[in-house]
Design a protein. Structure first.
Length: 346
């Protein structure tokens, strides 16, 4: 019988109301799980795998997650990698797509399911979506067909580094606008073999065939700038030129910036001289950045910015952390930002 490790990091699924809003409640959550008959393998029949629960300390609202929390989760998986067939990570929805993206890079050579899930309504409340999300995640992890970092939410299994939080209040909280779901849980769980195969064929697992290895992340200074009509680029000069090693610019449409880059261009050039890597993503959730399609994007390409193509901002940020933490040169980071490593971009 497969054995799954549930890692509770917090989030709405294990929260209770307090006078200042929802807060995590580890003990209450454990008690609730132990009362759920369907989670007991002996009572739910052979479908339910064996599982054990560990918690990160303290349990967090995922808005408070930092790089060291990603490292903590990564270490828990690495320490328990041989002993379990898969991992289900309970996590708040707010930054779940960032954590999933980060883990997809950190867990090199991953050959077991790692499924992040959570809830929009706490497990202790009558209409909670957490029960369904947790049970499906456990069953999918136990089946072991998907061997990458995924998010299961609202009936869909999504590649973690392609997912983004889409709704603050709907039960389908995540979408994967540039990549199809890996599986959909209706009456049965239907896997999308083509999407899964692509993950293997497309060189998205550079570590496959080698041993599993955890790459911890360093607290690299990274920034995200979202352009808007009227943006005064000169105000960003300080951070663009000196402080940040990785910069994600969220541009309009296919990579366009206001003013044809005239104002931004000298700043981008200086940042690049300082060894920053500038990655161009889009404010459009769906589609691809194609620098040079419009005059308004050519300047970025000419200045040496990298096209983030169809990367989500979450995946671009996580990938910058990962590549700099691995100690690659600026040239290598730029090259690898435009190279699919875990199926995060086309
Ligand atoms: N603020 C919560 C969190 O991210 C929201 C949620 O879990 O849905 O932890």
């Amino acid at each position: 019988m497969p054995k799954i490790l549930i890692i509770n990091t917090g989030g709405t699924i294990s929260m209770v109301p307090s006078q200042r809003g929802y807060v995590p409640d580890g003990a209450g959550f454990r008690a609730r799980l132990s009362r759920m008959e369907l989670l007991r393998p002996q009572e739910a029949g052979s479908a339910m795998p064996q599982w054990e629960l560990v918690e990160t300390e303290p349990l967090l609202d995922s808005s408070n997650m930092t790089v060291s929390d990603w490292n903590r989760i990564g270490k828990l998986i690495a320490e328990n990698y041989a002993a379990y067939d898969g991992f289900v990570i309970l996590h708040g929805t707010d930054t779940m797509a960032y954590t999933a993206s980060a883990l997809s890079f950190m867990l090199e050579g991953l050959d077991k399911p790692v499924i992040l899930t959570g809830a929009q309504i706490p497990l202790g409340e009558i209409r909670s979506d957490g029960r369904d999300n947790l049970i499906n995640s456990l069953l999918i992890a136990a089946e072991g067909r998907v061997r990458e970092v995924c998010i299961f939410f609202g009936g869909k299994l999504l590649r973690g580094n392609r997912a983004t939080k889409y709704s603050a209040d709907e039960l389908i909280a995540f979408v994967s606008p540039n990549f199809p779901p890996l599986a959909e849980a209706g009456i049965t769980v239907v896997y999308n073999e083509a999407a899964m195969q692509q993950a293997e064929k497309g060189g998205s697992k550079p570590g496959s065939g080698t041993d599993f290895r955890l790459q911890l992340l360093d607290e690299i200074p990274i920034g995200v700038i979202k352009v808007f009509p009227g943006i005064q680029f000169s105000l960003f000069e300080q951070i663009l030129t000196e402080k940040l090693r990785g910069i994600v610019i969220e541009t309009f449409g296919a990579g366009n910036i206001p003013g044809g880059g005239n104002e931004l261009l000298p700043l981008v050039k200086k940042a690049l001289e300082h060894g920053s890597v500038i990655t161009v993503c889009s404010q459009c959730p769906q589609g691809t950045v194609t620098l040079g399609t419009y005059e308004t994007s050519s300047a970025l390409a000419e200045a040496g910015a990298v096209s983030g193509r169809d990367l989500t901002t979450e995946a671009a940020v996580a990938k910058l952390y990962y590549l700099f933490s691995k100690g690659f040169s600026v040239g290598e980071v730029k090259r690898l930002m435009a190279t699919p490593l875990r199926g995060e971009e086309r």
